[in-house]
Design a protein around this ligand. Structure first.
Ligand SMILES: Cc1ncc(C[n+]2csc(CCOP(=O)(O)OP(=O)(O)O)c2C)c(N)n1
Ligand SMILES: [Mg+2]
Length: 679
């Protein structure tokens, strides 16, 4: 009969029927949710269901009743398109946040808990936002590093957990995975385990279309422990995880050979299983092959109970941990709890005040904001031990290392400074993982022009609203001789365009201290601080410790001799040009104010009255910044003028480059007369 000729091959017999049935719960939820919403990716969840089942039933430390338990194992799906595997697992194990209704509303705008890709903050149990391939694996490196650093401070009794990450072919093709794998191997992160969905399929078809790497050799070369198994053989999965956990001085990668869309009768093993609703016929065929008779979104009772038991089995572990916390010496317990809450130590503002005093004492000696930042960090680190510094191989240039920050070394994690190596993207994503883990506040530096190399992770930090701090020095043509490749031009505008990212560009040493205070004050906001290579004068001399930068913009010098006729605006190292131009304009009898705008985002958050007071009523306005005008035009209007960059920079002494591009006091004065004439 034609029908039997076309009948799909039966599935390989399971090692353990119960585990297969458990895995099938994930499979049917994934395929039914995708079919129901007519959107999504069933292939990965169906392919990785057996791996997830073994990991959750035998290894993962979780207590669904307390998703934020600090010593839980972390579980990340870097191949975030397979989000349904995570949603299914959270529902099956009984996370209160994830209901069957949420699963039914997969990818619907009214229910972000089951968004297309996992989004941190929308449902407990989602450890990080993934979807841009490679980010999850790089976040996991940060999480695993944070675990070791916290362990070094608080000991095995309070911090001792694993980081498990699922990834696919796509994650391993992305460049960021190279940086992440290399860093993790170097740092000997033995409690990091990658389970690689080696299904040889991506969207376009077979992976052989585009890649022929031997992934196992690649990981071995980076000093990982590597195993290869059949990802549907539950005994092999279990044995491999056991073996991986025994290796404590290397991260582990288990290459799991799987069939994408395992269970689909016609599309399994092909790129057609990667995404999209498979259609009723394919679904019916899968039900038949899997021997699944329950209707969509109904998990038969014995199986659901078994999953719920998995979700609850960590309760004893958690209670034992809680008892250990209870029994810890008061000071240690208090410190641990404070850091997990994300509160800063009492009195930390004293460090800012001390930094201000030190910087004010510098008086008339010009200083670069990167140096001022280094001085601030010296004070801050002594007050805030959870600060975790680092740089992508530019420590002496970024001034990111506080004197008392001990370096972290492979296998020796009692420290607070990470040499991330020349891995900007990996650093940025790892910092996000560190912030997500909790207990530490990561900041890391590179040159501003290479913020482009970090941008995908900066964007995710902003989206997740986590306290990751990106330190970007050499923030304009003022860096000089390194020339146009190193001189940021459009970067300020591009970074200011990232929603929720607080971009700070302090204009003098005191503003630098104020910006750091504002950054640390916001536990739920990612921040970037742009700092100069070249020196600039101290513009702020008042001793009242009032943080003027915290409002984003303020009047640095009000107009004198009559109502304001002109507003000069600036940020960063060009602020002093505006101040000098004001002196000339005032002498010419033009009442002129200077507005400093170290953080546009914070200024936009102020009320209308404050904004109006700062910007003034006069339409005569000039903005000066050694960058493109894109983030200023909103404040300039048609009559305003901009002094800044309109193309790439040039190699030469910083001061000469400023002259070449006509970013000078004279240019500001000229522009002032033009805007006054036009107004
Ligand atoms: C940085 C990035 N580029 C492209 C995509 C779009 N994309 C989503 S899944 C995918 C293919 C991933 O292949 P694989 O990891 O093997 O997943 P599988 O098909 O096996 O589920 C691509 C290109 C993305 N999500 N992120
Ligand atoms: Mg694949």
């Amino acid at each position: 009969m034609a029908e039997t000729q076309n009948a799909p091959k039966p599935l390989p017999a399971p090692r353990d029927q119960h585990l297969r049935d458990m895995a099938d719960c994930i499979r049917v939820l994934a395929m039914d949710a995708v079919q129901n919403s007519n959107s999504g990716h069933p292939g990965m969840p169906m392919g990785m269901a057996d791996i997830a089942t073994v990991l959750f039933s035998d290894f993962l430390r979780l207590d669904a009743a307390d998703p934020h338990w600090p010593d839980r194992d972390r579980f990340i799906i870097s191949n975030g398109h397979g989000s349904m595997i995570l949603y299914a697992l959270l529902y099956l194990t009984g996370y209160a946040d994830m209901t069957i209704d949420d699963i039914k509303h997969f990818r619907q705008v009214d229910d972000p808990k089951t968004a297309g890709h996992p989004e941190y903050g929308h449902a407990a149990g989602i450890e990080t936002t993934t979807g841009p391939l490679g980010q999850g694996i790089a976040n996991s490196v940060g999480m695993a590093l944070a675990e070791r650093i916290m362990n070094a401070t608080f000991g095995d009794t309070l911090v001792d957990h694993y980081t498990y990450v699922f990834c696919g072919d796509g994650c391993l093709m992305e460049g960021i995975s190279h940086e992440a794998i290399s860093l993790a191997g170097h740092l000997k992160l033995g409690k990091l385990m990658v389970l690689y969905d080696n299904n040889s399929v991506t969207i376009d078809g077979a992976t052989s279309l585009a890649v022929s790497d031997d992934q196992t050799m690649r990981f071995r070369a980076a000093h990982w422990h590597v195993q290869e198994i059949d990802g549907h053989d539950t005994d092999a999965i279990r044995a491999a995880i056991v073996a991986a956990r025994e290796v404590t001085d290397k991260p582990s990668m288990i290459s799991c050979r799987t069939v994408i869309g395992f269970g689909f009768p016609t599309i399994a093993g092909t790129h057609k299983a990667h995404s999209d609703a498979p259609g009723e016929e394919e679904i019916a065929g899968a039900r038949k092959l899997l021997g699944w008779t329950a209707p969509p979104f109904e998990i038969p009772e014995p199986l659901l109970s078994a999953w719920r038991r998995i979700g609850a089995k960590g309760v004893d572990l958690r209670m034992a941990w809680a008892a250990r916390v209870e029994g810890a010496p008061d000071a240690l317990r208090g410190e641990f709890e404070r850091r997990i809450r994300g509160d800063l130590p009492e009195g930390w503002r004293g460090a800012i005040a001390a930094a201000r005093t030190e910087l004010l004492a510098g008086g008339d000696k010009d200083i670069a904001t990167r140096r001022a930042s280094g001085a601030v960090l010296n004070h801050l680190f002594d007050a805030i031990p959870e600060l975790l510094g680092g740089s992508a191989d530019l420590t002496p240039s970024n001034n990111t290392k506080a004197t008392n920050e001990v370096e972290i070394k492979p296998g020796a994690y009692a420290g607070a400074y990470v040499h991330y190596g020349v891995r900007e993207h990996g650093m940025a994503a790892a910092m996000n993982g560190i912030a997500l883990h909790g207990g530490l506040i990561p900041y890391g530096g590179t040159f501003m022009t290479f913020s482009d190399y970090c941008r995908p992770s900066i964007r995710l930090a902003a989206m997740m609203k986590i306290r990751t701090v990106f330190v970007m020095t050499h923030d304009s043509i003022g860096l000089g001789e390194d020339g146009p490749t190193h001189q940021p031009i459009e970067h300020m505008a591009a970074l200011r365009a990232i929603p929720h990212l607080a971009v700070f560009r302090p204009g003098d040493p005191i503003e630098t201290a104020e910006c750091w205070e504002a950054i640390l004050d916001a536990p739920h906001r990612a921040a970037l601080i742009a700092l100069s290579r070249q020196t600039m004068p101290l513009l702020r001399r008042e001793r009242d410790n009032q943080n003027r930068s915290a409002k984003g913009a303020y009047v640095l010098a009000e107009a004198q001799g009559g109502p304001r006729r002109l507003t000069l605006m600036s940020a960063g190292s060009e602020l002093h040009l505006a101040v000098a131009a004001r002196t000339i304009l005032q002498q010419d009898g033009i009442p002129t104010a200077v507005v400093s705008m170290p953080c546009r985002l914070l200024f936009e958050e102020q009320d209308a009255a404050y904004k109006r007071q700062v910007m003034g009523d006069t339409p005569a306005r000039v903005a000066v910044e050694a960058a493109v005008d894109m983030s200023w035009d909103r404040y300039l209007g048609f009559q305003g003028r901009f002094v800044g960059m309109h193309g790439y920079g040039a190699s030469g002494k910083g001061a000469d480059v400023f002259k070449k591009f006509d970013i000078t006091v004279e240019a500001v004065v000229r522009a002032a007369h033009e805007t006054l004439a036009a107004s």
